[in-house]
Design a protein around this ligand. Structure first.
Ligand SMILES: [Zn+2]
Length: 503
């Protein structure tokens, strides 16, 4: 009651006094992964309440950092509610989603009244009980705060956007770059739309088109066509009178949900027609050039012959074990193939908590035989004699703009071992996507000293590794994020969808 009184008094003193809430629930759910994403995994990753959200993200390259900057610049009171994010993986459990939903909605009710809410959904979250987890929590939020309070937010372009997400929000803006190094800028863009709307300067209208198309994962790199060209087109469209924002949603193919695939979101100012016109410009280009979006897959057998004569270190991106797409991060497929070809001096990071545990009692410098990882083609585990170089806590920080926009990383306990072939294997007890060179540097590993670095991703690791690797190969490998999406069995996806249906 006192709080309400203070707000009313402050409103009288300062007419533009405003409060804007922040709420984010982020997960990219791979429905082909059996192991679900539990509350424990979210807690091990990122779960913040109230002011801790501001403390953790104000200086980050995450969209929350951009939102906080714009709100503070405009002297708007920030009402941080909850931010939850887990490493991409299997579907979110019913219990975990129930907990997040209950916490978020209870805290939202307690914090009302506020003037607007900035939201951070990923756009590709799937719960065991609900395929459209983001649409569900956004619609619950809308039901609680009513139709008058604006809900504006960001999306990861790897979203499978639903009508419910669009209906429940006033404006959604997706990151443009992939790797996502523009998250802070996009957070600022969303927050600026919020502030302008609250000040009565604009009236955002959202236009949406669900495209009958899936874009190949290797065609989603923003430094190369066809995605690079789409971004140029988007920049041109944003110069049109009345357009506030234009987002290309690449889609997330590793989810068997109805909405799987690409889409477009355009935010126009008070004029639905101009928004629809912009959508039409995108659609015309995409439909006339649909074959550009399929991509070409390269197997390791076609890359190995090139490797002896090119500059080192060479970055091999393990597409089938893409941790950022929900894969386990424990594949030794490429390590085995390079071994067979006699290529050594490799760096690889493997998620294997059992192996880490087994090394915790071993003295540094000891030679031991260990079993780690799995080859998803042969299902063999790797047995190798190694020397233990280091063991301990795997926390590190990244201060540069990198995919995901996070500062603090935690790999749990880790062990670093050297094989007889001079390969370095970093074994972790928490899954980690390779988004930061600090993952090596903070543990005194010189990334430039290797012949080959294997990173478990497709586009996202490039932001970190392009600094030191001039030769980068996206390798078509087996696993739950294999590049050829036609190998997955989808039961729920919409039809027709190119390239599955070529019509
Ligand atoms: Zn993404």
């Amino acid at each position: 009651m006192d709080d309400v009184l203070i707000i009313i008094v402050y409103n009288i003193v300062k007419p533009n006094y405003m409060r804007v809430a922040l709420l984010g629930i982020v997960h990219e759910s791979n429905t082909f992964v059996i192991d679900p994403t539990t509350l424990k995994k979210i807690e091990e990753s990122r779960l913040f309440f109230d002011h801790d959200i501001i403390l953790n993200y104000r200086n980050s390259f995450h969209e929350l950092g951009g939102m906080i900057e714009v709100l503070e610049m405009n002297e708007i009171e920030i009402v941080p509610i909850l931010y939850a994010e887990a490493t991409p993986g299997g579907k979110v459990t019913k219990d975990a989603f129930h907990f997040l939903l209950h916490e978020a909605m209870t805290r939202v009710k307690q914090q009302l009244p506020f003037d607007g809410i900035l939201v951070v959904p990923h756009g590709a979250a799937v719960c065991e009980a609900c395929d459209d987890m983001d649409g569900y929590w956004l619609s619950q939020l809308r039901a609680i705060i009513g139709p008058q309070i604006p809900i504006i937010g960001t999306l990861d372009p790897h979203a499978n956007v639903s009508q419910l997400m669009i209906q429940s929000t006033d404006a959604l803006v997706a990151y443009k770059t992939n790797p996502h190094i523009d998250q802070r800028t996009v957070g600022m863009e969303a927050a600026t739309i919020m502030v302008d709307f609250l000040l009565g300067n604009i009236k955002p209208i959202q236009s949406f088109s669900s495209l009958p198309l899936v874009i190949g994962i290797e065609q989603q790199y923003s430094e190369k066509d066809p995605y690079k060209y789409l971004l140029q087109l988007s920049a041109e469209i944003c110069k049109m009178e009345g357009i506030l924002s234009a987002s290309i949603i690449l889609g997330f193919p590793y989810a068997d949900v109805y909405e799987m695939g690409a889409s477009l979101i355009v935010i126009s100012d008070g004029d639905k027609e101009i928004g629809q016109l912009a959508i039409g410009i995108f659609e015309d280009y995409i439909f006339s050039n649909k074959n550009l979006f399929i991509g070409v897959k390269h197997d390791i057998s076609s890359i190995i012959p090139k490797m002896s004569s090119i500059e080192k270190p060479i970055l091999l991106l393990d597409m089938g074990d893409n941790v950022g797409g929900g894969a386990p991060g424990n594949s030794i497929f490429l390590l085995d193939k390079l071994d067979e070809a006699g290529i050594h001096n490799i760096f690889i990071c493997i998620f294997d908590p059992d192996c880490v545990n087994s090394l915790m009692g071993v003295e540094i410098g000891s030679s031991v035989e260990i079993i780690f990882g799995i080859n998803p083609e042969t299902f063999y585990l790797s047995t190798r004699r190694v020397t233990l170089l280091w063991k301990g806590n795997g926390k590190f920080d990244e201060l540069k703009p990198r995919h995901g926009g996070q500062i603090h990383f935690d790999m749990g306990n880790i062990a670093i071992v050297k094989t007889v072939n001079q390969d370095i294997v970093m074994l972790t007890s928490l899954r980690i996507a390779p988004y930061s060179l600090e993952q090596l540097l903070a543990f005194n590993i010189d990334p430039t000293s290797f012949h080959v670095i294997i990173a478990k991703g497709v586009n996202a690791p490039i932001a970190a590794y392009a600094e030191i690797c001039n030769n980068i190969f996206q390798v078509n490998t087996p696993g739950v994020t294999q590049a050829d999406m036609t190998k997955f069995i989808y039961k729920k996806r919409r039809k027709p969808l190119f390239p599955f249906e070529n019509d």
